[in-house]
Design a protein around this ligand. Sequence first.
Ligand code: AMP
Ligand code: GLY
Length: 425
Amino acid sequence: MKILIVGSGGREHALAWKISQSKHCKRLYCAPGNGGLGQIAELVPIEESHISELAAWAGEKKIDLTVVGPEVPLSLGIVDEFESRSLNIYGPNKKAAEIERSKIFAKEFMARHRIPTGHFKIADTPENALKILNSGEFSFPVVIKADGLAGGKGVSICANIKRAEDTINDLMVKKKFGSAGERILIEEYLKGRELSFIVITDGVRVQPLVTTMDHKAAYDGDKGPNTGGMGAISPSPFVSEKLFSQIMDEIIFPTITRLLEEGRRFKGTLYAGLMVTEEGPKVLEYNCRFGDPETQAQMLRLESDLVEILMSIVEEDLLREEIKWSPKPSGCVVLASGGYPLRYETNKLIAGLEEVSKVPGLVIFHAGTKLVEGHFYTSGGRVLNVCASELTLTQAMKKIYEYVPAIYFEGMFYRKDIGAMKEGK
Ligand code: AMP
Ligand code: GLY
């Protein structure tokens, strides 16, 4: 088969790595890809948001399967575009992807179907938002969210009314995230342990992936600003069998079934961002795609053929046999550019990568890298993912942390407590 991967991060490199091991994969392409992806796939210079161009290219090349990593092309309707040309593509269509694109849609959907989530109100003008805040309905801290995709930056946890007023001003008056701030959500602040719960589904049948835990804060001890994720481990030490069944029964199955009933059959990866509160798990948000860096940790443990799994979803016949996973835990540490997730510099030469890439048992997935005249340079905030899977999580993390210091680029930083969990949220 000829397979195309859309995206350019560590998640896409991990998917490509696993797909390249499939007996079905004869040629692998990636659009637009990164430095590391260029070593296992042919790079196609088309941006991930140029969905018609991608579909036209895939049609011309007779691509047998396209796998979409990020949410933006999914929200733009890349799946509808490909399907209208009878091209196989893995991911939810535009109507189903609405569950991530619009936080207001997701909240109203959950309220309609009594899927556990925090209390919320919607405001469509700044006056309206202030009236809700001053009504005393919400205590502080309160959570304020832009409705549309804002690259993970549209969420503010406001400790007091002043902060809340500033946030409303930024979103609705200054329009910091453009039209994403036309309507906003005001939400109850949920206390508890945060959890990513990821399943794949053909819209009817569901298979959970192995559990995983992301480390979202930029610095050790869960300090600093929230990022896309600074590292991940699998399995998650915080999902007991009881909690697992509760999440499947109260959240995952109702979500998939109700979407189907509403004419939004969801085919692809459903990622529920949860808060496990004293009252049980509640949904913070849905994502319509694989996690990054959760996928890096999960792919290291996948033993089944990924192409067969993805094709069974495209063909609406998710394998009835269980997906096979290695029992060995895995970990992933993200090496990031100084300043990330705020301002950071790029174009820094990466040293030591070639040597570390040869260490048996270590797997390195690239994110923000590019290859120029035989040398890798940084090109993004999250640059590299150093991963390993060993008999125990401690051994896996020890191996990763032994070799990370042998990689260097100016400003490089990483968390030193991935998998340590003492202060994990
Ligand atoms: P979201 O993109 O909606 O998942 O929000 C980003 C992050 O903000 C989450 O990963 C949580 O850490 C935090 N967050 C979002 N909503 C809430 C909430 N209602 N209560 C507490 N924390 C929240
Ligand atoms: N690691 C968080 C995400 O993929 O959304």
